[in-house]
Design a binder for this molecule. Sequence first.
Ligand code: KIV
Length: 280
Amino acid sequence: MSTQADARRITAPEIQARKGKDPIVSLTSYHAHTARLLDRHVDVILVGDSLGMVMHGLETTVPVTVEMMIVHGRAVVRGTKRALIVVDLPFGSYEASPTEAFHTAARVLKETGAGAVKLEGGRRMAETVRFLVDRGVPVMGHVGLTPQAINTLGSFKARGRDDAEASLILDDARAIAEAGAFSIVLEAIAEPLARRITEEVASPTIGIGGSPACDGQILVLEDMLGLGDRVPKFVKKYANLGPDIEKAVASYAEEVRARTFPAKEHTYAPRLVDKPAKAS
Ligand code: KIV
């Protein structure tokens, strides 16, 4: 049974049907207020496990927990009405078996109200993707640079720049698409490979350091707003909010110290009470 609010949401099958059509616009968000700002402009909001690094100051995404994803996922769903919300399954919560992945994914969907989950990995995760999709869980795949595997990869550098690695990543994307992923994130891979995957697989590809040939694009919101200290080559900064925020905070601190804030217009006046007339 669907409600009117549900009916306005973009769905995973609608995103899947956008293959080769108008580009899919996607950004990350971790809280209600940024999600509200994004909602009118993007098709998909990803509550990415990058929140561990961006919001919580972690070195990698490895320590992120299901509980963290649920808290932020819920906030993003509350702040939005229209975009499809996808929540990342964090490292260690789905890899052991398809059954474990189903329990985690079902919990995430139930407790956040999101419309889909994302998981990292290619051929090794294909059986799990099929298991989830067959049981009513829409899955976004993620191949190329997979940050949850940082401890085996050894670095965050771009992938698929030589023929041998490119061919493995192509096989990864094919496997995940054939397993039923409604879309696939291609992260930090060489341009000809992203183009080839996009041409060959049936699922829409969403690039982040992929290629303009992808069926859509995604960036981490804080990176494109200029809030990140160090950002990868593939990020375009559409604003430079970091220095603006620092300037505002410095002005506030100066005015508090000088006692010029709060001014009269920020201060409550006492309520005027009519005095009772004196009896003559
Ligand atoms: O966690 C994240 O934000 C992501 C994007 C980089 C695609 O997975």
